[in-house]
Design a protein around this ligand. Structure first.
Ligand SMILES: *Cc1c(COP(=O)(O)O)cnc(C)c1O
Length: 636
């Protein structure tokens, strides 16, 4: 028996696994709405913010950013290391750096720089442009500004100028040949460089980025090259310029054991360099701190089998253990967490604009004609005979019949009206089966395919390629939850499709505690706006997104929570206008307008258009150029 009334917010939290992945930042409130807790004691109902955005006359989709969440993450990371340092009486310090490639948005970088000031949390740049951006930030004078990535003379010069500005800029060698270049530029500018070396650990990460480490890694020096760097600097009488050993085994490390193994190897290497006469101050263990996207706490690629506290403790413990054994000073530990700092701070809100699907479309079955084909009659029989016992078998029969129907149609043996009736019968069969399995608590795995076939398609006003590129490129999973109606049982199973014309623009994999789910439980449309929130997408997605179909950057609302459930939209940044998107492809706005005007003049001559209509047409055209690239409906 279905008991819709018994569905509670606790059930919703379980359905969408909110407590598992939210890390305390998000929850289902008593009114069945998604709520953010950007800071202890402060709550904001996410749908309220969406409504404020609409009241301002702005359109969706929108990314809501919570700078307080970013600051909170910076704090949690630093405090976790400080706690571990206290606990183990580690003699060195901890200083993080934020690799800005993860999200270079102004709000993100400035908030992290500010929140990190008292912790001397720094930044990491991987290109000249990123360095130019980082140099302009207000950082604690002790905070590191690490320069990674391949470098030309311009990059190196900029980094050296940074030191003259009093910034703790460290240039990391990604390959041996960069050393000569740095020494030459340093001599020319008369600036003493601070140099780091990236070492190719033989240890590897786990999960999607396994290839970032290991002997075949793209970046880094091998052991022989490391020692050559020491020799060369000794010859130049500059050994004190070598300040950091850098390692990075990839992003989203799912297994804590991999981290321990890599940190052990890194610390042994550090000790080896000290033994060779270097005076390193910093040991940089790179990024890789994971985000538990599905909340399963496993080594599954969308998860991680450790907590932030365990991560910090294991690193501090391992470094200390090796340093003690090798009798070398305990260095300042540096980590480069990007994903873990930024993933939680934003929510992508997309409205559902329509729902389609085999159990909704074509509800009525067309009348049978005079000479109905036998295959259609077979399907009628299947429909009449489905029971709770035989639906699996009947489903297989129906799938076969539909295939035969289409084959016969192609050969000219089945008429268009027979085909119409056959397809409608097939959908009726699916509807009947879906009713039968709705009563069953667990649908057997072997019927997942059926569930997928039966699923509704919720059409959402967004572009997967712009807003969740990793879902498309590397099957990344993000928790997706309706922002309201969470006190109501979701009675439908759906997949999501975006509004691009690309058949890849869809989401058909959802988080689950075991593996992934093919469909997401969703609510039956009730005529009121229905918004879905995509959570934990604050890392990498904003900057990897692309303008497929010229859908541009999404509007953003920056929101701070105030006491009493109140909030303030500090800043609203409109999404990219159509004109900008078109211009980015090499067109000029004036040229477009001229072309339309010429065509309109021609149309007037031919009597297809009046003067008044031309004015109106040009107005509408101009308005679209200035408009948002996403669907703009008059929202209720
Ligand atoms: C990308 C990158 C990072 C960030 O890694 P996360 O897993 O996002 O924390 C850190 N260090 C280097 C060298 C990187 O290239």
């Amino acid at each position: 028996m279905k008991t819709t009334s018994k569905y509670s917010i606790a059930d919703a939290a379980e359905t969408y696994l909110v407590p598992n992945w939210s890390n305390g930042w998000f929850r289902v409130n008593d009114d069945g709405q998604m709520e953010v807790t950007p800071s202890p004691g402060l709550h904001v109902v996410i749908q309220d913010v969406v409504e404020s955005v609409l009241e301002r006359g702005e359109s969706l989709p929108v990314i809501i950013r919570f700078p307080q969440v970013l600051s909170g993450r910076v704090k949690q990371l630093n405090e976790a290391f400080h706690k571990a340092i206290d606990e183990y009486k580690y003699k060195g310090a901890y200083q993080g750096v934020f690799p800005i490639k993860v999200n270079q948005r102004r709000l993100v970088v400035e908030t992290i720089a500010q929140a990190g000031y008292s912790y001397a949390h720094g930044l990491e740049a991987g290109s000249k442009a990123e360095l130019a951006l980082c140099l302009a930030q207000k950082l604690n004078p002790d905070a590191l500004l690490c320069c990674n990535g391949f470098k030309d003379d311009g990059f190196i010069k900029l980094a050296l100028w940074g030191r003259t500005l009093g910034k703790n800029v460290v240039i990391t060698l990604e390959k041996y040949s960069e050393l000569e270049r740095i020494l030459k530029q340093a001599r020319a500018l008369g600036v003493k460089p601070a140099i780091g070396v990236r070492f190719k650990l033989h240890a590897r990460g786990s999960g999607q980025w396994e290839e970032s480490g290991g002997d075949q890694a793209k970046f880094g020096l091998n052991a022989y090259e490391l020692l050559r760097v020491v020799e060369k600097l000794r010859e130049e009488n500059m050994l004190d310029s070598l300040v950091m050993l850098h390692t990075h085994i990839g992003s989203q490390i799912t297994d804590i054991r991999r981290i321990k193994v890599a940190v052990r190897e890194a610390t042994q290497t550090y000790a080896g360099l000290i033994a060779a006469g270097a005076q390193l101050k910093y040991l940089n263990v790179g990024g890789g701190l994971g985000v538990d996207y599905d909340g399963s706490k496993t080594t599954f690629y969308a998860s991680m089998n450790y907590t932030l506290a365990e991560y910090a403790a294991d690193i501090v413990y391992t470094v200390q253990e090796v340093c003690k054994a090798r009798s070398v000073p305990e260095p300042t530990i540096v980590s480069e967490s990007g994903r873990a700092l930024t993933a939680h701070h934003s929510v992508l809100v997309m409205p559902v604009v329509d729902v389609t699907g085999p159990t909704r479309d074509l509800q009525d079955i067309p009348e049978a004609g005079e000479n109905t084909h036998q295959i259609v009659k077979d399907m009628e029989e299947v429909l009449d005979n489905i029971t709770a016992r035989n639906y699996r078998e009947m489903y297989n029969d129906a799938v076969g019949d539909k295939q035969t129907l289409h084959n016969l149609f192609d050969l000219g043996y089945v008429t268009l009206s027979d085909r119409a009736r056959g397809e409608a019968l097939f959908n009726a069969i699916l509807r009947k089966i879906s009713k039968l399995i709705a009563g069953e608590k667990y649908v057997p795995d072997e019927l997942e395919d059926l569930q997928k076939v039966l699923a509704d398609k919720y059409i959402c006003n967004f572009s997967l390629f712009q807003s969740l590129p990793d879902n498309w490129a590397i099957q990344a999973l993000f928790p997706i939850v309706p922002l309201s109606r969470l006190d109501e049982k979701p009675t439908r199973q759906g997949t999501l499709v975006d509004i691009t014309c690309d058949s890849d623009g869809k989401i058909e994999k959802f988080i689950d505690l075991r593996d992934v789910k093919a469909t997401l439980p969703l609510h039956e449309p009730n005529g009121k706006p229905y918004y879905l929130g995509v959570f934990l997408a604050g890392a990498y997605q904003d900057v990897l997104g692309s303008s497929h179909n010229l859908f541009g950057k999404v509007s953003e609302a920056h929101v701070t929570a105030r006491p009493g459930g109140r909030y303030h939209i500090d800043l609203f940044v409109r999404g990219q206008k159509a004109r900008r998107m078109i211009e980015s492809m090499g067109y000029e706005e004036g040229m477009l307008r001229d072309s339309i005007e010429d065509q309109a003049d021609e149309a007037i001559k031919e009597g297809l258009l009046t003067d008044e209509q031309e004015t109106e047409l040009l107005e509408d055209y101009g308005e679209e150029l200035l408009g948002y690239t996403y669907l703009e409906y008059e929202e209720a």
